[in-house]
Design a protein around this ligand. Structure first.
Ligand code: HEM
Length: 503
């Protein structure tokens, strides 16, 4: 009691009131009778106002995976005052995302989602007829340029991989951080896809796009507290306005590109995703659009989504790839020998080589498992009252899909912290073990599964194989990289340096 009296004498009355409310809350919890109901989702104690936020730590995916061992595959935490269901483990996540696909295909109504792509994004909008049509349009416009054999995008990736390998080799064995060059190359592929053009590194438009993207990632990666505690918008106005101004710059950039495209648009010759979307606005009838509430603005702004989703994801994965390969010279040499025996050094790798390079492909699959760049997919929401594994889940619950709990499940992948491509090779080592590769879900599953999977696989394979064909990556003695991640919108490796020499 003396402690409370001295607290009252020194503290701000508001803090004291808050303290007493918390104390009352804890005492009430301790004294109230708990009646056990097996259909109620279990979970840890949550504080008022902050819920479990303060326990998440710097690596929320690791903490939430630990909670799986206490509460099982389905449990509840509070993000601020918001109930959040966390789904863990391969079978439970597949049941929710595939068997009960409609029940869990929603997105939460986060405050910041109203501002991304002027609130007209496909990826951040809730499930329903408008989303379905929007998703179909996005998927078709991507597929037009990424699924075809000899697609122009494949040519652009091959050319850009050569640029990347040469720029690495130009460092002449001095210590280098691969981050910037990888970002510029991957950014150029997104530009080729969306705007039909690869840029010189110092082109002003290209530099603007990279700047916008960097700022967006830095801001969004730090998390928007207003999403889970909307009342905080009154205290974070200045930083939220900064976020909105970054989004405005991104809108302005895509509008400018759209105007340029409209000046030279030819419906018989679609050059890129922007053209494909312009044509879609003409092809779909007004009645169909109106019946679901989709506008031309929704359709055209989809290009911004491709840039946002297709840039950081692939660039982060490639950085991880360089890190793992430099720290595992035995795997690097084996992949190099495989590439030499199948492709040699006279021509550059193409996507169809993937079928003849099982070890190299296994190295990439293991990069995706180990790096787990999306530990929680994107936030989901339940679309109706439902039941999962015997637990009742109310409509509109915020749902986190813990993909990390799958990639790092030791019962599926023994010693999960080890980079081991052999996990994904068949016993005779002559082919990829496809069943093993299906034991984790890097692109999510079900209705919201990533529509960029095909492009991502093509890009990762061509960049990775070309780099290994041309370059040797070594760690720098005395400056060995720490294999660890920075938490953000995607998990990225902590900064590291390697040296590059010619093969
Ligand atoms: C290594 C590369 C990539 C990985 C690991 C990845 C992974 C993911 C994951 C886990 C999701 C969330 C799924 C969910 O919410 O359940 C997602 C969504 C999405 N991804 Fe990717 N992605 C990659 C590359 C790309 C690329 C290249 C594009 C497009 C150019 C793209 C476009 C999208 C879009 C638009 C969504 C939202 C889908 C929706 O809500 O319906 N992604 N991705």
């Amino acid at each position: 009691m003396a402690f409370i009296a001295s607290l009252i004498s020194i503290a701000n009355p508001l803090v004291v009131v808050l303290f007493l409310v918390l104390l009352g809350y804890v005492l009430k919890l301790k004294t109230s009778k708990t009646s056990y109901d097996s259909t109620k989702v279990p979970g840890p104690f949550a504080w008022p106002v902050f819920g479990n936020l303060l326990s998440l730590g710097k690596k929320p995916h690791e903490y939430l995976t630990y909670l799986r061992s206490v509460y099982g595959d389905v449990y509840k935490i509070k993000m601020g005052s918001r109930d959040t269901i966390v789904l863990n483990g391969l079978q439970t996540i597949k049941t929710a995302m595939i068997k009960q696909a409609e029940d869990f295909a929603g997105r939460p109504n986060f405050y910041s989602f109203n501002y991304i792509a002027k609130g007209k994004s496909m990826g951040f909008s809730d499930y329903g007829p408008r989303w379905k049509l929007h998703r179909k349009i996005a998927q078709n416009s991507l597929a037009m340029f990424t699924n075809k054999r000899n697609s122009p995008i494949e040519e652009a990736i091959i050319a850009e991989a050569e640029v990347l390998a040469n720029n690495f080799l130009n460092t002449d064995g001095s210590p280098m951080n691969p981050h910037n060059e990888i970002y510029l190359s991957v950014g150029n592929i997104i530009c080729a896809l969306c705007f039909g053009k690869r840029y010189k590194r110092d082109d002003p438009d290209f530099m603007q796009l990279i700047k916008n993207n960097d700022e967006f990632m830095a801001f969004a990666g730090a998390g928007n507290p207003v999403d889970i505690m909307p009342w905080m918008r009154h205290f974070t106005k200045r930083s939220f306005n900064k976020f909105v101004s970054i989004l405005d710059a991104m809108d302005e950039f895509t509008m400018k590109k759209r105007r340029e495209h409209l000046d030279t648009f030819d419906p018989m010759h679609l050059r890129d995703v922007t053209d494909a979307l312009i044509k879609t606005t003409e092809d779909i009838s007004e009645e169909e659009k109106q019946s679901v509430g989709l506008t031309d603005e929704h359709i055209l702004i989809t290009v911004q989504e491709m840039i946002g989703a297709g840039f950081d994801t692939i660039a982060s994965t490639l950085q991880w790839a360089v890190l793992f390969i430099a720290t595992h010279p035995e795997h690097q040499d084996k992949a190099y020998e495989e590439i030499q025996s199948v492709i040699g050094s006279e021509r550059y790798p193409e996507f169809e080589d993937i079928a003849s390079l099982p070890f190299t492909e296994a190295c990439i699959i293991e990069v995706m498992r180990h790096s787990c760049i999306f530990p929680f997919a994107l936030p989901h929401s339940s679309t109706r009252d439902t039941n999962l594994n015997g637990y009742e889940i109310p409509a509109k619950s915020l749902v986190f899909v813990n993909l990390w709990s799958v990639n790092y499940d030791p019962t599926i992948f023994p010693d999960p912290g080890k980079y081991d491509p052999y996990r994904f090779l068949s016993d005779n080592g002559k082919s990829v073990n496809r069943s093993a590769a299906e034991l984790f879900l890097p692109f999510g599953a079900g209705r919201r599964k990533c529509p960029g999977e095909q492009l991502a696989k093509m890009e990762l394979f061509i960049f990775f194989t070309t780099l290994l064909q041309r370059c040797r990556f070594d760690v720098i003695p005395g400056k060995e990289p720490v294999v660890d991640s920075k938490y953000g919108l995607t998990l990225k490796p902590k900064d590291f340096e390697v040296s590059v020499s010619r093969r």
